[in-house]
Design a binder for this molecule. Sequence first.
Ligand code: ADP
Ligand code: ADP
Length: 224
Amino acid sequence: MKHVRDFYVFLGPPGAGKGTQAKVVAHRLGIPQISSGDLFRENIKNQTEMGIQANEYIKVGDLVPDDVTVAMVRERISRTDCMNGAILDGFPRTPAQAKAFDGILSETGCKLNRVPYIKVPEEALIERLSGRLTCRDKGHVFHKSYNPPKEPGVCDFDGSELYQREDDRPETVARRIRVYIERTQPLIEYYQDRDVLVEVDGDRDIETITADLVKLLEVEETNV
Ligand code: ADP
Ligand code: ADP
């Protein structure tokens, strides 16, 4: 039988822990983690034309237009390292992106296996985003109090500098949460209707959530 490539989408508000969890879970499953935010930040760092344009939206907490975002993700998932699937984090973020993603999956004979929705109360999100520290090189994330690096200001994994993202400042955080409610929250129903959504309580410690996610995704893998 033809092997079906399985994709997973980690859904949740900014600060829910999507990146933190997706990195570890993808590593355990041996598939790549694809973060649309990390891809944009890489383009901004390299000053590509797309990165310069995308940054105008990102720095004020708005979403980058769907066509640019979909083209970027389409190219990324066409690469050979995604031949056994991938975990997407931060994409799709609008119903139009979700529809485009369905199209990409069916064109390439892939399956959307599960969509873990990481649920966290709004007050916790603000605390998490305002204390988030991000690594310059690969986008590993830490938190000043909840998940501090071993050495202040230095990434545990690759030794690169940790910085506070411009869009993690309080004014922009509030806007991003509003944008999430208006534009991304409808995806909960979208994926519920397709019977792939699984709610995960994200208001627990990082390791407990990871264990739940790995169990959830591994069970699905063996049942395929
Ligand atoms: P997202 O990708 O959903 O925006 P991140 O994974 O970047 O979220 O996490 C946001 C911040 O919250 C980071 O500083 C991270 O270290 C911290 N964090 C993630 N998960 C938890 C958790 N379960 N409890 C406390 N802090 C967390
Ligand atoms: P967070 O980890 O806090 O959820 P991300 O790193 O995923 O944030 O995204 C940072 C910013 O990049 C978003 O606020 C948005 O401007 C842009 N972005 C990321 N993914 C998308 C997407 N799928 N569609 C549109 N804009 C996006």
